[in-house]
Design a protein around this ligand. Structure first.
Ligand SMILES: [Zn+2]
Length: 350
């Protein structure tokens, strides 16, 4: 690790609300944080924040990290002021029970609790089955009149859990997917001197609901190659066979060979692997038959853009106790930092 990363920024980013399509708090924070180091900053119609740093070569690299997080959207307020909701993005309802949330209203945030029937009034059979989202509710602890005056159907809520550093260099928080990618990209822009190639740093929207922001962002830029900076589910936990781990915490940056949306072109994959080897950056090849990232949208843009998903192994992904290793974060940062400062694979060879 040659560069020291400021993890206090990751902590700040994970505390911001940013449910898909409602990323404005993250975008506004980044706009102020990044403005000093940019040649151009713009926001497109889908809300993507696009920061350009002009390089001296004729090549352009698109680096993409999505700002949005999975969350909840209020779809009903009942006669006593309890909120019913749907999920935005993929959330396992088993992880929602007894959690705290922060409801984003037009007049500010309201804390809430996802309640459940106590064990005293349920049967063993009740407790053995997962409770579907439509049976869950948010309790704001407020009279119905006050709820109705402050909360509207269509308001979103984020899961709530403080940032925690624990164990052997691990971090747990909500929305590490994908504030950690946002963090690495922001740190790269902060530490990058005069870039060799033009960098389009895209902080994208609505990844969790179908790679929507990256689709329009890539269309609007002329990039030669793309790396997405994101997380991937690490199943290196008890009860899972090693061949099903996908990636393991602390074993380095995940370099995707294949996921459900992309197959990385061989020259780009080999270039990334040799970059890791020559700079002694720990890495693991990611083969993930399920799931995809913004690379799935970018590589199909225009006449095709060679793309690879770089992934931080993350346990309990899409819950509010996501866990990752700071060493893996440093490995991704080092890989991207070296990649953008060196020659790219020849255009015809990517
Ligand atoms: Zn993600």
């Amino acid at each position: 690790m040659k560069q020291k990363l400021d993890f206090s920024l990751l902590k700040t980013l994970t505390q911001l609300p940013g449910v898909s399509g409602r990323e404005q708090a993250v975008r506004t924070y980044l706009q102020h944080h990044l403005a000093v180091n940019a040649d151009e900053v713009k926001i497109d119609a889908l809300g993507n924040l696009i920061v350009t740093r002009k390089g001296t070569s004729k090549r352009a690299i698109l680096l993409c990290a999505h700002m949005d997080e999975v969350g909840l959207m209020v779809n009903h307020i009942d006669e006593r002021g309890f909120l019913r909701f749907i999920t935005v993005g993929g959330i396992d309802p088993r992880t929602l029970l007894a959690q705290r949330v922060r409801v984003q209203t037009k007049t500010g945030e309201l804390p809430g609790i996802i309640g459940t029937k106590p064990a005293h009034i349920t049967t063993e059979a009740d407790r053995a089955k997962a409770i579907p989202v439509k049976e869950l509710f948010i309790d704001l602890g407020l009279p119905v009149e006050q709820v109705r005056s402050q909360v509207s159907v269509g308001d979103v809520a984020v899961l709530d859990r403080p940032y925690l550093e624990f164990g052997n260099g691990l971090v747990s928080a909500k929305s590490l997917d994908n504030r950690v990618g946002v963090f690495i990209l922001a740190e790269l822009l902060r530490t990058l001197k005069k870039p060799k190639h033009t960098i389009y740093a895209v902080f994208s929207t609505q990844e969790e609901v179908g790679l929507r922001g990256a689709t329009t962002a890539a269309y609007g830029l002329n990039a030669d190659v793309c790396l997405t900076l994101d997380t991937t589910g690490a199943a290196d936990i008890p009860g899972v066979l090693p061949q099903d781990y996908i990636v393991q915490l602390g074993h380095g940056v995940g370099v995707t060979a294949l996921d459900a949306r992309t197959i990385t072109p061989t020259p780009l994959l080999e270039h990334l692997i040799s970059c890791c080897k020559s700079h002694h950056i720990p890495f693991q090849i990611r083969v993930a038959p399920r799931g995809g990232t913004d690379a799935g949208a970018v590589h199909l843009s225009k006449t095709g853009i060679p793309s690879c998903s770089l992934s931080i192994p993350t346990r309990n992904i899409h819950s509010n106790v996501e866990v990752l290793s700071k060493d893996d974060v440093c490995a991704m940062f080092d890989l991207v930092h070296n990649f953008v400062n060196e020659s790219l694979p020849g255009e015809e060879k990517i």
